[in-house]
Design a protein around this ligand. Structure first.
Ligand code: GDP
Ligand code: MG
Length: 162
């Protein structure tokens, strides 16, 4: 079985940066489903010799009204297809209403997810992650996708469940 890992979260949290980190140094893009306002990209990635697939999504716009509208389209599709959902948030911005709405939605759908607090470079990781405890998440990682910090150990832990 080749695990499929979806990257979801509101725009600008660093999903594409993480996607590029995970799929870098190979011609990784295997499919790109363009939507009207967002798309869904599939990339091949590898941990050592172990392959997995990562899905990048355009993000869930906080400007849209209502969780159903927000979750419609490519991001919802990616969540449904995924074996593991990585829910990215921004350590610098802190907890946001769109983050809370997405957490509620994932819980309603009984989708287990990992919370990924990104952009911890230059901030206090303890303080940054504590802002998100109210989401009630069991599995939380703190990373800096643009620097690669914390990324490999996070993927090791996620893949270990399969
Ligand atoms: P997406 O909309 O979720 O795909 O977000 P992007 O990957 O396009 O990133 C949005 C912005 O955040 C870009 O300017 C990235 O360079 C920046 N970014 C992503 N990851 C990090 C990080 O770990 N640290 C910092 N400081 N900036 C980051
Ligand atoms: Mg993106």
């Amino acid at each position: 079985m080749i695990p499929v890992i979806a990257l979801v979260g509101r725009p600008n949290v660093g999903k594409s940066t993480l996607f590029n980190q995970l799929t870098r140094s190979r011609d990784a893009l295997v499919a790109d489903f363009a939507g009207l306002t967002r798309d869904r990209k599939y990339g091949e990635a590898r941990l050592g010799s172990r392959p997995y697939v990562v899905i990048d999504t355009g993000g869930i716009s906080g400007d849209e009204e209502g969780i159903d509208t927000q979750m419609a389209g490519q991001s919802l599709q990616a969540i449904e297809e995924a074996d593991a959902v990585m829910f990215l948030v921004d350590a610098r911005e802190g907890l946001n209403a769109a983050d809370e709405a997405l957490a509620r939605h994932l819980r309603q759908r009984n989708k287990s997810f990992y919370l990924v607090v990104n952009k911890i470079d230059g901030v206090d990781a303890e303080v940054a992650t504590s802002d998100f405890y109210s989401l009630g998440v069991e599995n939380m990682f703190a990373i800096a996708a643009s620097h690669g910090r914390g990324v490999t150990s996070m993927i090791e832990e996620v893949l270990a469940q399969f």
